[in-house]
Design a protein around this ligand. Structure first.
Ligand code: NI
Length: 250
């Protein structure tokens, strides 16, 4: 847990905080799990600070010095990060989705891994991970909605996605892509115009390109999809169920 004096001081006034940091550079600030939601931390000297698990939702970190800070598991959703210095900062497990004004160069200088959630448009630096392990249980626990595929891996232009199904999807086909449906939990009924095939837990089915199909799940079903990255979930049909840019979970 955070040192309450440190947490109080930074919440009260960043100038006082910065003066203290300068006067006492040997102290490592402990703001782990601190609640700094919405705090104005403009130009704050947070170099080397312990910010693991801190709540920095919507915090203003413009120009903040976060060099070598430990932001492991911190929540930075919607945080403002213009001009932030992240050299050597740890972003493992940090959630930076919808963080504003973050630029690729800043992220490239930080350390992170497959558990770091980056805002749209920011790529995971190649040096962060050469090998990644993904827990299907963990990724399926991160969302509750249905028919919204999410990307968990890329393999030479092919993507691995996870999706929960419930009810009936629309009839569609993919002109150029084959789709693999691997059922992890539940039961998927795949309808074709001339037959239907039940795919049980632990089984998979490949729908070849050009074949019209409709997914049906009478009860909630968890599915891993393996298909080219160009595959649109609704294929040749575009409607409110079309997901043009699936979220990336890993
Ligand atoms: Ni399809």
């Amino acid at each position: 847990m955070a040192n309450p004096e440190h947490e109080d001081m930074i919440r009260r006034d960043v100038d006082t905080w910065n003066a203290w940091r300068q006067a006492d550079p040997g102290v490592r600030p402990d703001l782990s799990c601190a609640n700094l939601q919405g705090a104005d931390l403009t130009m704050a000297n947070l170099s080397g600070a312990l910010l693991t698990g801190a709540n920095l939702v919507l915090a203003n970190l413009r120009g903040a010095d976060l060099r070598a800070a430990d932001l492991g598991g911190a929540n930075l959703v919607g945080a403002r990060l213009l001009g932030v210095d992240l050299v050597g900062a740890n972003l493992s497990g940090a959630d930076l989705s919808t963080a504003e004004d973050l630029v690729q160069d800043d992220v490239n200088e930080a350390c992170g891994d497959e558990t770091t959630v980056l805002p749209e448009g920011i790529a995971r630096p190649a040096h962060w991970l050469a090998i990644k392990k993904v827990s299907l249980k963990a990724v399926f626990s991160r969302f509750v909605d249905h028919w919204q595929p999410r990307i968990v891996a890329d393999i030479h232009g092919v993507q691995v996605k996870v999706v929960k199904l419930l009810g009936e999807f629309i009839w569609h086909q993919h002109e150029d892509e084959d789709e693999l449906f691997l059922v992890v939990k539940g039961r998927l009924l795949m309808r074709f115009r001339d037959r239907e095939i039940a795919v049980e837990e632990g089984e998979f089915l490949v729908v070849p390109r050009g074949i019209e199909h409709q997914s049906v799940a009478e009860q909630e079903c968890e599915v891993v999809l393996i298909e080219p990255g160009t595959t649109l979930n609704t294929g040749n049909v575009r409607n409110e169920r079309t997901v043009t840019e699936p979220e990336r979970l890993a």
